[in-house]
Write a new protein. Structure first.
Lengths: 156, 263, 262
């Protein structure tokens, strides 16, 4: 009898552990499996990716549609080639879509924001996004600001 | 007459102190052998050496024909199933009931079904007179009762050798009488080779078939109770008669009394 | 020369520590290199999972809750100064999952379960229960120590996961329910910041390592103790102290390795 009670409690303990793990996986870290299984790749070349990392989000109109899967350097053109994995649900990205690297909030992480174009044909697997805007580098902005403060009203 | 245990040329040290030097000891099979001596002479250590818990510096210990100090771990554990030992404190497992304590060796070493184990446990408890206490926990037992349960546990597997470490210590006269009777009956009824370590002279002499007296790491006397009783060795006599002063001095070594007082 | 004497004592202490460490290593080796007899030892393991794991649940859940509440509160206060209070979810989750979860659970475990294990085994040793078991031909390493070791090893990660989940919920209670941070932002900022592989899995790995180390120390100290009342007292203290130091030290090492800075 005592053994039965012990077994029940241990079973409860393990169940609680598994439950907590599921909570941690899905509610806390937002683990989702859909993108891994069915997604297609598109690539884009950037002059500067800034702080963009692998698994950084890719969104369109603010909606999360995919993530960055690889970032490589093209040693001939000296540009960063970013491969993005897009959820299969969003198959209709026009081929003149543009990609920009933006920042979440003021000090947040970098992500890729896609802005759709107007072309009638769509990007397919391994398609290339031609129009890209690099990340805004804070130092450049500050440099520009200081420069324009020193030279108000145009160059002298 | 075979000897169940043979000890030959035993030397044993602990913490740099020499406990045994050149001990020669034989335990005849089926008989009760008492090992006696003053406190701290190493009687318990001897039991542990026989049981293989300690290894001697030099010398051989044969138990049931096997050289115990050279056995592998597995063989040692195998041999131990034929030995039962009763520790001074009983050493019952405090988280198990009386029944479960006695059933422990049976559950661990045999594949017997539960109903058979049940019967054996009850039989063993009956032989020590504690069958009615089978559901009590060790903490609910008196010292004497705990020792009797430990005895039932020690004989659970019907061992060939049983060793008692100070079984008479700290018991009231009734409990004392019970234990003496049990030790004697077990030996007579089952023919178990019995080693009795004690310093209760009267009780040990009353049931032992053979006696060894150990002091200062050596055997100072041995023989049947009658022979040892009239042994001329002053050390043996001091021990047997309980004389406060003799070969073992009353006073711990100290400087002159008057000097100490006047200082 | 007093200094020479002190140095000699220090050296002796160091050597004893080294010998003790060596003994514990051999002990661990004996414990791990065994052919498991599942039918007999499985019930023992379940029993230990109960005593070690289930009975620690209360302290772990309560501590998790309180830690979550405090981190939520402190985090909110600080973040609010920068107008970044929507990042609260991320702050709570990352602190808990990466560091507080594994470390605090391990420290609590060492104090509650570790010291109990040491005391129990030490007591069995000093009342000669272990010796009598040996003399009965049953290896106490197998019957007493091994189930306790594996029980602790398995319980720790489970407790850590439960702790983390409760703590995050505690942060939610403070931040969203009490202080008015937006619930949706709380969870979404958290989800985008917490990475399952880097954060959660690493946290679980940490707690598995901690579980092994703390249980090993607790069980060894009990087995190795001087069999007197004082000895057991000292052994339990050693368990808690050594475990705590080991956990904190290993935490640094593991964090450094995981952050890739090694």
């Amino acid at each position: 009898m005592r053994e039965r009670i012990i077994e029940i409690w241990v079973g409860f303990f393990m169940l609680l552990g598994i439950l907590a793990l599921l909570v941690l996986a899905f509610k806390v870290s937002g683990l989702s499996s859909s993108i891994k299984e069915n997604g297609y790749n598109i690539t884009a070349a950037f002059d500067n990716v800034g702080g963009l990392k692998i698994r950084s989000p890719v969104s369109l109109a603010g909606v999360h549609i995919g993530e960055v899967s690889t970032i490589k350097l093209d040693s001939m053109q000296f540009k960063a080639i970013v491969t993005m994995k897009i959820d299969q649900k969003y198959k209709q990205l026009p081929i003149d879509t543009s990609a920009s690297i933006l920042t979440q909030g003021l000090l947040g992480a970098n992500y890729i924001s896609l802005t759709p174009g107007f072309a009638p044909t769509f990007l397919k697997n391994n398609g290339i996004v031609q129009d890209t805007h690099p990340a805004l580098i804070l130092e450049d902005l500050i440099g520009q600001l200081i420069f324009s403060l020193k030279n108000p009203g145009g160059k002298k | 007459m075979n000897d169940f245990v043979n000890i030959h040329g035993l030397y044993f040290n602990r913490n740099g102190r020499n406990i045994f030097s050149d001990i020669e000891l034989n335990i005849p099979q089926g008989k009760i052998t008492a090992i006696m001596g003053p406190s701290g002479c190493g009687k318990t250590t001897l039991l542990r050496l026989i049981g293989g818990q300690l290894k001697p510096e030099r010398g051989n210990i044969h138990v049931d024909g096997k050289l115990i100090n050279k056995l592998s771990r597995a063989q040692l554990y195998e041999l131990r199933r034929k030995m039962g030992i009763l520790f001074q404190s009983g050493a019952l497992f405090t988280n198990l009931s009386v029944y479960e304590n006695v059933a422990f060796p049976l559950k661990e070493h045999t594949e017997l079904p539960d109903f058979m184990i049940h019967d054996i446990v009850l039989m063993k408890l009956q032989s020590v007179g504690l069958r009615g206490a089978k559901n009590l926990m060790p903490s609910q037992l008196s010292g004497g009762m705990a020792r009797r349960v430990a005895l039932a546990r020690a004989i659970a597997l019907d061992p060939a050798l049983i060793m008692y470490d100070e079984p008479f210590a700290g018991l009231d006269p009734i409990a004392l009488g019970v234990i003496v009777k049990l030790i004697s009956d077990l030996n007579k009824a089952l023919g178990i080779t019995t080693i009795l370590v004690s310093h209760e002279v009267e009780e040990a002499l009353s049931i032992a078939d053979y006696i060894y007296v150990i002091a200062s790491g050596k055997i100072i006397g041995h023989g049947t109770p009658e022979k040892v009783h009239i042994d001329k060795n002053p050390e043996v006599q001091q021990f047997l008669q309980g004389l406060p002063d003799g070969v073992v001095p009353f006073h711990y070594p100290a400087i002159d009394y008057s000097q100490d007082l006047l200082h | 020369m007093l200094i020479l004497e002190k140095l000699r004592l220090l050296g002796q202490f160091g050597l004893q520590l080294l010998m003790s460490f060596g003994r514990s290593g051999i002990f661990l080796a004996h414990l791990l290199i065994r052919k498991p007899r599942f039918k007999k030892s499985f019930p023992l393991l379940i029993e230990q999972l109960y005593f070690i794991g289930v009975l620690s649940l209360v302290i772990i859940v309560l501590s998790g809750l309180f830690i979550g509440l405090v981190v939520g509160l402190q985090g909110y206060n600080t973040l609010n100064k920068f107008g970044a209070s929507q990042q609260l979810g991320q702050l709570v989750a990352l602190s808990v999952v990466r560091e507080l979860g594994p470390v605090v659970t391990a420290l609590l475990f060492a104090g509650r379960a570790g010291s109990a294990l040491t005391a129990e085994i030490g007591l069995m040793k000093s009342t000669e229960q272990l010796a009598s078991m040996e003399m009965m031909g049953v290896d106490p390493l197998w019957r007493v120590i091994s189930p306790r070791f594996w029980g602790g090893f398995i319980s720790m990660p489970l407790l850590m996961i439960i702790f983390s989940a409760v703590a995050v919920w505690g942060g939610y209670l403070v931040g969203v329910v009490w202080l008015g941070v937006d619930g949706g932002t709380f969870w979404s900022a958290m989800q985008s910041a917490v990475n399952f592989h880097d954060d959660i899995v690493n946290g679980v790995i940490k707690s598995i390592v901690f579980g092994g180390v703390v249980t090993w120390i607790a069980v060894f100290q009990g087995y190795d103790t001087v069999p007197t009342a004082q000895g057991i007292g000292r052994a339990t203290t050693r368990t808690v102290v050594y475990s705590s130091l080991a956990v904190l030290g290993l935490d640094f090492v593991l964090t450094a390795v995981m952050m890739g800075g090694w």
